[in-house]
Design a protein around this ligand. Structure first.
Ligand code: NAD
Length: 482
């Protein structure tokens, strides 16, 4: 059987990589290689930059209303193709089809529609100096920008970056993860259908070292919006030092879930299970360190473990499946190695802990059981390092101060959730927790207008709403004397 060859999208056309070189793309649920990804290099990058350069002025001078109209059309086309996109995402990534449909493709269209509308509402500041002068701020597109995204929410995070970049008038060179390239390839076809002008968006496929690294260092690419691991973020920061690019870095997390005994018990258990294991625990916002007030610990542990042990693992394409495959064999091996480390550190596995084997089509798939571990200290590797899989730990605490110290006791600071009915305590915790995002009595409730991002090793800058439009524009102040 000949394998489908994914193509780059350069200057409005689907093209093969200049060197004719490809890498394998596998189905996580079966282990089978099913398509080939362009192993793009600097020649492809140069073609993309030239296309983006040629399109830059026209796109920047296209009115916000016209840009919004094209983007809204693209969002509608995504909606019209959502079944096909969701199935492609479930095959390529291993996530349950139901999740791909309700979260990934839904949000991909929503991202584009949201920023299409947002750019027509964007305004800049004016500062009056009483009787002396008036200042106004112009916000122009930056020019050519780079967008690099990871594999866990492939089209969702790809569009989350591209949409504000395009809406604010930039031309874009985008690189999806080489581990999940399929939906961004399908998306490039939808861009052609929507009538996105040539060169406005260019999508290059390939690995981090061969195409990601040259992309971030290209002198004509003036801003980089990156989502991925903290070590890659550090590498990008170092490799672009001295080039004075704008950088937005959305990086890893090790998010705390803090549960007080006055929480709404059932709602807390249900949502905390979802927070720990959605997308097989492969969401940067997943709550993997669960701190429970001592007085509630035994009751919570029993209800939580009972619910986790009932999560239905299965073929991602099966409607009933709640927990699919991990994204790759390498990633599965990494997650299993952390479960071993947890045991060596003295952790007690309450449920899960093993690779999950299935018969039939998925016999060679990369499935890992949802795993809950207790009896570990806060400073062990299991509780300090990002596992990014279906593994969480339970830890008791006695006081609010102790909970705060435990929650803040890692290098990461992306998201957090707090479960309590004490309003004052919720405010205190929200203020003092070291995280860019705090959910109180909820998780992953997203308003696209809000600032999104992390502190400490979880990132620099914020995405979402006006923050994203500000990132993708260059402010220029004009001061006019009266
Ligand atoms: P990764 O850092 O390995 O790769 C991310 C992207 O960067 C990929 O497209 C990859 O090809 C590219 N890349 C790799 N090396 C590069 C280099 N030297 N220069 C330029 N690009 C390079 O991350 P991943 O394994 O794909 O994704 C998982 C990580 O992403 C986790 O740490 C997770 O927490 C994080 N993540 C963060 C957020 C957030 O919003 N903060 C969201 C999703 C995922």
């Amino acid at each position: 059987m000949s394998l489908q060859k994914i193509k780059n999208y350069i200057n409005g056309e689907l093209v093969t990589p200049s060197n004719g070189s490809y890498i394998d793309n596998s189905i996580p649920a079966t282990g089978e290689v099913y398509s080939l990804i362009p192993n793009s290099n600097k020649i492809d990058l140069e073609l993309a930059v030239n296309a983006a350069e040629s399109a830059k002025d026209d796109w920047a001078n296209t009115s916000a209303e016209q840009r919004a109209a094209i983007l809204c059309k693209l969002a509608d086309i995504i909606d019209a193709n959502s079944d096909q996109l969701a199935k492609a995402e479930a095959i390529d990534n291993g996530k349950p089809l139901s999740l791909a449909k309700s979260v990934d493709t839904y949000r991909s269209a929503a991202n584009i529609r949201f920023f299409a509308h947002a750019c027509t509402q964007f305004s800049s500041e004016s500062h009056s100096m009483e009787n002396t002068a008036i200042n106004y701020t112009l916000r122009d597109p930056i020019g050519i920008v780079g967008c690099i995204s990871p594999w866990n929410l492939p089209l969702y995070l790809f569009t989350w970056k591209i949409a504000p970049a395009l809406a604010s008038g930039n031309t874009v060179i985008a690189k999806p993860s080489e581990i999940t390239p399929m939906t961004s390839y399908l998306f490039s076809k939808l861009c052609i259908e929507a009538g996105l002008p040539r060169g406005v968006l260019n999508i290059l496929h390939g690995t981090g070292p061969t195409i990601g690294a040259p992309l971030v260092k290209h002198p004509k690419i003036k801003a980089i919006s990156f989502t991925g691991g903290s070590s890659t973020g550090a590498h990008i920061t170092q490799s672009t030092a001295g080039m004075f690019k704008k950088l937005s870095l959305e990086l890893g997390g090790k998010n705390p879930t803090v549960i007080f005994s006055d929480c709404d018990f059932e709602e807390t258990v249900n949502t905390v299970v979802r927070a720990a294991f959605s997308n097989q625990g492969q969401i940067c916002l997943c709550g993997s360190r669960i701190y429970i007030e001592h007085t509630l610990y035994d009751k919570f542990r029993q209800a939580f473990v009972e619910k986790v042990s009932k999560i239905k693992i299965g073929d991602p394409l099966d409607k009933e499946t709640q927990h699919g495959a991990l994204v790759s064999k390498d990633h599965m091996d990494k997650v299993l190695s952390y479960i071993k480390i947890a045991q060596e550190e003295g952790g007690r596995i309450l449920t899960g802990g093993k690779q999950f084997h299935m018969a039939g089509r998925c016999a060679n798939g990369y499935f890992v059981e949802p795993t809950v571990i207790e009896n570990l200290g806060n400073n062990c590797r299991t509780n300090q390092e990002e596992i990014f899989g279906p593994v969480c730990t339970l830890m008791p605490f006695d006081t609010e101060q102790e909970a705060l110290e435990l929650a803040n006791g890692t290098q990461y600071g992306l998201a957090s959730s707090i479960w309590t009915n004490d309003l004052k305590r919720a405010h205190r915790m929200a203020k003092n927790i070291e995280a860019g995002i705090v959910w109180v009595n909820c998780w992953l409730l997203r308003d696209l207008r809000t600032p999104f991002g992390g502190v400490k090793s979880s990132g620099v800058g914020r995405e979402g709403g006006l923050e994203a439009l500000r990132f993708f524009t260059e402010p220029k102040n004009v001061c006019i004397k009266y």
